[in-house]
Design a protein around this ligand. Structure first.
Ligand SMILES: *[C@@H]1O[C@H](CO)[C@@H](O)[C@H](O)[C@H]1NC(C)=O
Ligand SMILES: *[C@@H]1O[C@H](CO)[C@@H](O)[C@H](O)[C@H]1NC(C)=O
Ligand SMILES: *[C@@H]1O[C@H](CO)[C@@H](O)[C@H](O)[C@H]1NC(C)=O
Ligand SMILES: *[C@@H]1O[C@H](CO)[C@@H](O)[C@H](O)[C@H]1NC(C)=O
Ligand SMILES: *[C@@H]1O[C@H](CO)[C@@H](O)[C@H](O)[C@H]1NC(C)=O
Ligand SMILES: *[C@@H]1O[C@H](CO)[C@@H](O)[C@H](O)[C@H]1NC(C)=O
Ligand SMILES: *[C@@H]1O[C@H](CO)[C@@H](O)[C@H](O)[C@H]1NC(C)=O
Length: 649
């Protein structure tokens, strides 16, 4: 008995903090992200250190096993919402709360919330939303229908930076104000509270309360405040960069390939459709989409070559190139969610490629392509902590895509299928571009941060991060239904979105797009992209497209660009509708407006209505095609619509 107690006490002493942060008692992991979960270890370095009860248990009592890659990270995702639960909060009843439609008010001294860069003391733009993603399911049982209070940074945060998030007085639904938790109320008053260690109180006294006060939120008015530190930028990119550089060094201009089928004139505008395999260096523990697949790390700490693997590619040669009437462009095409490179065979794309001389190649985005559907769904249904195999496969997918693009104007360019009158149509001197839609736009933003072969890309209907996207996408509804079966309340479900966002960041826009234009990765050029997004898109939401654009930095927008539901288009540099911009000087956001009624475009984190989904329409508008053509051919960005791009619904 005595020994057991001694052991218990010893265990408690060894745990720097209790497993849960009691300043928000609603859920162990709230508030999140939170330096409470990132203690300074014996070596003096602060690393994430969650326990197996940090995230909620599922309906069967299964833990979210944090040893599957969640611990030991030097900080949190810079593309994460600050999330907490404020019981009965009335967002609409709280004046001066920065919302999606006026997020710039978060920079004013009057803002009820302050996201503060602790190094500079500056307020950081953000918007606050209540989680509505469970509304439909929990409508009948309001006790389950708790809406988390979420603050999204308007754009990707800086790496290796501490931020304080402070919330002033928030109106409560029944009148009055939301009350702070007992623990936070005591800390605010400087009083001791069971479970709040003196070191933690001292940290708040020194590093949190003064920053909130300086930002205009008096200590006594705070409902909650906490801090978190973002991981270093290299945390997210280092494995991918190593795989890119190793793959280019191993294969580079000499990729081996085989051609398995050639179909002459399959459709109007297409001279030849080709299927084949490209041989790629493989860095994963498995070839198939097995749960548990990981990047194999060698003794030097870098991804280690496991051998070579043949992955399928699709190639389209347009008629205009084959008959010698158009010079060829070497173009990579990125496909959509759970699709495959076969998406290249699309009538609008046939026509566009033929008109522009695009020779297009594509491979599958393994991790999120057709062959992954079963594994991905199985993981969601059984153990979200095993999420890491998706991002591992996406690393290999980017490697494969970069190599396939390179092959198109090097080794494959020497093949007779790409010769006209004995002359190769493509060479290293050819123009090279990236174009992708949907997941091809999302992963395209990563491709365009990594590519050493192209500087110009068009990201059709993209968005990021996934944490903003998923609850706002009808494509995620089936997987979210599975999560609902496993987690019976709304706070637990949305906390799972925060969890997977931490790992998604290793291979999604949030981990990369700051490097696309403003801070290029090592040995990588600066890139510019056109972002095309559509009003009413039920699959990849405009909110996430705008987040992506803001995060790239230096993005321009024409004065006439539509404002979705009168939301301000914050964070872009506005230019006159008649401007002819130099495409090398940065990218541009272009919205397309389809007369989707306002009631079909929620401002909450819900998908736009399926009935009026415009996801497939943007890419097919004459304006989007024309803007793409001029950008790709002339390095000029102009407004093809004069003012707002108002399209046929
Ligand atoms: C991390 O958590 C474990 C318990 O899961 C604990 O033993 C250890 O002391 C913690 N490390 C730090 C640095 O707090
Ligand atoms: C979490 O649980 C797993 C499986 O039971 C175990 O192997 C692991 O050590 C636990 N991790 C922590 C941090 O407690
Ligand atoms: C929230 O509101 C409900 C209904 O008005 C009330 O019963 C409950 O006590 C309130 N909870 C808190 C924490 O204020
Ligand atoms: C990031 O760092 C830059 C340079 O120090 C600073 O100007 C900017 O405000 C910071 N942004 C955020 C979101 O913290
Ligand atoms: C070549 O192909 C283009 C595009 O299909 C077509 O417009 C043109 O007439 C063709 N030229 C010749 C000489 O066949
Ligand atoms: C947008 O603002 C205009 C002008 O203030 C107004 O007429 C219009 O109804 C608003 N539209 C929506 C969807 O709120
Ligand atoms: C755009 O600017 C770059 C230098 O930043 C220059 O090399 C290029 O020629 C310009 N393009 C056009 C179309 O003027």
């Amino acid at each position: 008995m005595r020994t057991a107690l001694a052991l218990l006490l010893a265990a408690a002493a060894a745990f720097a903090n209790a497993p849960c942060d009691i300043i928000d008692p609603s859920l162990c992991v709230f508030p999140f992200p939170n330096d409470y979960f990132r203690p300074v270890g014996p070596s003096g370095v602060a690393l994430t250190n969650y326990s197996n009860i940090t995230w909620p248990l599922d309906a069967d009592g299964k833990i979210f096993d944090v040893s599957n890659g969640w611990n030991g990270v030097n900080g949190f995702s810079p593309a994460q919402a600050a999330i907490t639960y404020l019981p009965n909060a009335s967002l609409s009843g709280t004046p001066n709360l920065p919302r999606l439609w006026n997020m710039e008010t978060s920079l004013l001294a009057t803002s009820v919330t302050a996201l503060i860069n602790a190094e500079t003391g500056e307020r950081v733009a953000h918007w606050v939303e209540a989680d509505h993603s469970s509304d439909e399911w929990d409508a009948a049982d309001p006790s389950k229908n708790k809406r988390a209070f979420m603050a999204w940074p308007a754009a990707r945060l800086n790496g290796s930076t501490r931020y304080v998030f402070a919330v002033g007085p928030v109106a409560a639904l029944g009148g009055g104000f939301v009350q702070p938790s007992p623990a936070f109320r005591a800390m605010r008053a400087g009083a001791s509270f069971p479970g709040i260690e003196p070191e933690r109180q001292a940290h708040f006294e020194k590093d949190i309360f003064p920053l909130a006060e300086a930002a205009g939120l008096s200590r006594g008015s705070l409902t909650i405040a906490w801090d978190f530190t973002t991981a270093s930028d290299a945390t997210w990119t280092h494995n991918m960069l190593s795989m890119r550089d190793q793959a280019l060094a191993l294969v580079g201009d000499n990729a081996a390939y085989s051609i398995t089928s050639k179909t002459p004139t399959p459709r109007p505008g297409v001279a030849m459709e080709v299927d084949g395999f490209i041989t790629v260096p493989w860095f994963l523990s498995s070839i198939s989409p097995d749960i548990g697949t990981h990047i194999v790390i060698g003794s030097d700490g870098k991804p280690e070559l496991q051998g070579y693997n043949d992955v399928p590619f699709k190639l389209i040669i347009p008629t205009s190139v084959a008959n010698g009437s158009k010079p060829a462009t070497a173009q990579y095409y990125g496909h959509g969610l759970f699709g495959s490179a076969s998406e290249l065979t699309n009538q609008y794309l046939d026509t566009e490629a033929d008109e522009n001389g695009w020779v297009m190649i594509g491979v599958n985005w393994i991790g999120l392509c057709s062959e992954d559907i079963i594994s991905d769904a199985y993981m969601v249904a059984n153990d979200l902590s095993l999420f890491g195999f998706i991002q591992a496969r996406l690393h290999q997918a980017q490697t494969n895509a970069l190599l396939a693009h390179r092959m198109l104007f090097t080794s494959l360019a020497a093949d007779p299928i790409l010769a006209v009158n004995g002359q190769p149509v493509l060479s290293k001197a050819s123009p090279r571009r990236y174009y992708g839609n949907s997941l091809g736009g999302i992963m395209g933003s990563v491709f365009m941060s990594l590519s050493t072969d192209t500087t110009h890309g068009v990201l059709g209907v993209p968005g990021g991060p996934f944490g903003i996207l998923l609850p706002r996408s009808k494509d995620f509804a089936a997987l979210f239904d599975i999560i609902r079966l496993r987690y019976d309340n709304s706070l637990a479900r949305i906390s799972m979105m925060s969890a997977i966002q931490e790992q998604f960041t290793y291979l999604e826009p949030g981990g990369y797009v700051n490097h696309l234009w403003k801070d290029p990765l090592p040995n990588t050029p600066q890139h510019s992209v056109l972002i095309h997004y559509g009003q009413g898109d039920a699959q990849v939401n405009w909110v996430a497209a705008e987040w992506l654009g803001r995060s790239i930095g230096g993005m321009r927008a024409f004065d006439g660009t539509m404002r979705v539901r009168n939301c301000t288009l914050f964070g872009f540099e506005f230019v006159d509708n008649s401007a002819k911009l130099n495409g090398t000087d940065g990218g541009l956001m272009q919205g397309y407006y389809f007369d989707v009624p306002a009631e079909n475009i929620p401002l909450e984190n819900l998908p736009c209505a399926s009935a009026t989904d415009t996801h497939g329409k943007t890419r097919r508008t004459a304006h989007a095609m024309e803007q793409t053509r001029v950008f790709f051919e002339q390095d000029v960005i102009y407004n093809p619509c004069g003012g707002a791009c108002h399209e046929q619904p």
